[in-house]
Design a protein around this ligand. Sequence first.
Ligand SMILES: [Zn+2]
Length: 460
Amino acid sequence: MVDDDRELAGTDDGTASGDGGATARRRSEGSAAGGAGRIREHLEYDLAVAIAVIGGDDAEIIRDLESRFPHSNLTADQPGQASSTTTDALRCVWMSSEDTLITCIYCTKSRPPSREHVLARSLGGDATRPITCAVCNTQILSPLDQALARRSIVAMSRAAYTPPSAFEVELEGNHFHYDQTRDLHTGVTLTNGLTPRVFPQLHFRYGVDEMAVTGEGRESIEELVAFIDNLISSATLRSLYVKVGPAERCTTARLVLHRTDDGYLRVRTRGDERQIFNALESKWTVMRERILTDNAAAVQETIEAPTVHLGLSITLDDTFRAVTKTAFNVLATDVGVEFALLPEFNPVREYVLGADIQDPEDRAIDEIAVDERFVVQVGVGESPALQSATDEHLVTLFYHGGHVRACVTLYGLHSFFVDLGAINLTDFPIVAHRFTVTRAGNHVLSLDEMYERTLLQRSR
Ligand SMILES: [Zn+2]
């Protein structure tokens, strides 16, 4: 995501946490030096096993991590303090001149840096790193973030678990409440906590001279009236955006105010809008009078636990690419930009950029085409060790079977295994990067902390 605030724009000036040479070593470059004994012993491991093996009080591991991440404030004596790594501390390291060119970790071109959110801001990420160019960031990566936050299964959790105090969320898509008694489909939006909110809207029953208004109280109805007043007086009614169908949810045509000053018309079939425009232009004065008068006397109804019919488009390839991008951003941030630029990661770069997406050709008619070479989704509960480490977002990087892999868990619920690339290594640090869902900081977790959380979760 792009942010206009340039204050933190900068480049990897060599003082950053990431130094590929120091943190991950290719086999051809000889074995790693220094006290990473136990990590190296378990170089090829299943991560869940590794966490159990490493244990909760291994000072050697912590010392090793401290030497790898000197700014990350991990201490063996006070594991609770490990979480005090602040975004500010990390940001200081990354600040440098704006004119410096960087090598973008996606297109690998030398360009001015752009602040890439390591985890999408729309999911609550607030850490930015100058690891991408503006072209990749705005044209490719930002739309991927949007797909993940708005048009994926993760979007539901985003709406459900983002507290209203953090930022406002509206679930994308077309959602309806059906009033059986009146045979009325009312357009609603789902906000933080999946709380339904009724858009102010004016319904027209097809073929009969019947009209109804729904909204959340008189004030919202008055907003709707003022909106239509403005459309009529400025002669812009016919430029109103028209949505068509779905037919079964269009027992009425309706004019919906979905923002304070923006609305649309929803009709059953293309062409129906002309009839509504004609009616409004010729009879609005009378309609307006009836709405304001009738509404004053209208019975207020509260619908307890309403059933909302969801209509949400999901773009699976974009979702998977966005997940892969997040894991790759963490690799560049926590392991190193130089490391992320190694040619072994070219295939994953191409995939994230959309230059190489291979959907399977031999799929059943009810199967969705999706490239699963780099990402597989893990079923809920299938990987308890990873999912229990946080109820927010967690990106874990590890080396297994000759591949750098990642596990990305979003909202403590949706987990994905990502294959970032095949590479020959003699040494690789375990990285666990936690992000809040509230744009309120993020930090690299200590192994201590991960292990303790896992034990805590298991004892429940
Ligand atoms: Zn680029």
